[in-house]
Design a protein around this ligand. Structure first.
Ligand code: URA
Ligand code: SF4
Length: 258
């Protein structure tokens, strides 16, 4: 029900998550050399430029002392036009420090109705994967790069991502997670590299700004493309094997040294 977007339309569906190949997308993709682009060295390279009319209120998230305080502010946020159409903002929820942070694109209809992340079809798949691979919900914080539902589940606009970005940045600072998993193209591009293609970067750890990032396929990708199931399973299997809370060990594990 939630996934009404046309596959390949660039949203929270598989066309987005598999890099748009073979999904009958209507508009031809710009020829892209994304697979050959090395990720930049800095965290949050601010890939989005503002356009006239996109001067949304600037969110100052640095003032929040904890994730609960931040969540309360998100619920009342009016910084961008998505606040006009949402029912409930979805700040994110879950475990505390040193855990895993999973980051999706934006809330859908069920999430908007409940104010909680990953409540629909994608959430069911996500829960199944976490359980199967031994990741406890208590050690996982789940959120999205954009906290309010875009109308009709359209992909969030770059200016909306930019407006909302201070919240995810502050959440990562406050949570100090052992690993951050952007799920799918949208989150990976927002957090790591605007040119990243999830097909190329999923299941590989990279370090940025003192955090370990481990991009995963988006759980909803498999709703449209069964071929991604194997990759998705492998991603969550690797995630389940991480020694959480021991960042040094984890780095060695990721880099294949130990
Ligand atoms: N898909 C997302 O990316 N986020 C949600 O919260 C639900 C579905
Ligand atoms: Fe505020 Fe983000 Fe919601 Fe826009 S999407 S109103 S910036 S919480």
């Amino acid at each position: 029900m939630m996934r009404r977007r046309v596959p390949g339309a660039g949203g929270r569906g598989p066309g987005n998550d598999e890099g748009g190949r073979g999904t009958g997308r209507k508009r031809p993709r710009r020829p892209s050399s994304s697979s050959r682009h090395p990720a930049p060295d800095t965290l949050h390279p601010t890939p989005y430029t503002r356009h006239p009319g996109d001067n949304f209120a600037k969110v100052d998230a640095s003032r929040f002392k904890d994730v609960a305080e931040l969540a309360a502010a998100v619920s009342a946020c009016r910084a961008c036009p998505l606040s006009a159409t949402r029912k409930n903002a979805v700040p994110g929820e879950g475990g505390g420090r040193k855990g895993i942070v999973l980051v999706g694109e934006a809330p859908g209809a069920k999430e908007d109705a409940q104010g909680r992340p990953f409540m629909g079809q994608a959430g069911k798949i996500l829960n199944g994967l976490l359980k199967k691979h031994g990741v406890l919900r208590e050690e996982v914080f789940i959120t999205n790069v954009v906290k309010c539902r875009p109308p009709k589940n359209r992909p969030p606009k770059p200016a909306e991502v930019a407006a909302c970005r201070p919240y995810i940045e502050r959440q990562l600072e406050l949570l100090g997670p052992a690993v951050v998993c952007p799920m799918g193209n949208s989150a990976t591009r927002a957090l790591l590299d605007p040119k990243a293609n999830i097909t190329n970067v999923h299941g590989k750890a990279v370090e940025r700004g003192g955090l370990v990032f481990f991009p995963l396929y988006h759980p909803a990708a498999t709703l449209y493309n069964r071929k991604l199931l194997k990759g998705l399973e492998e991603d969550f299997s690797s995630l389940g094997k991480l020694p959480r809370g021991r960042t040094g060990t984890q780095r060695r594990l990721f880099s294949g040294e130990g």
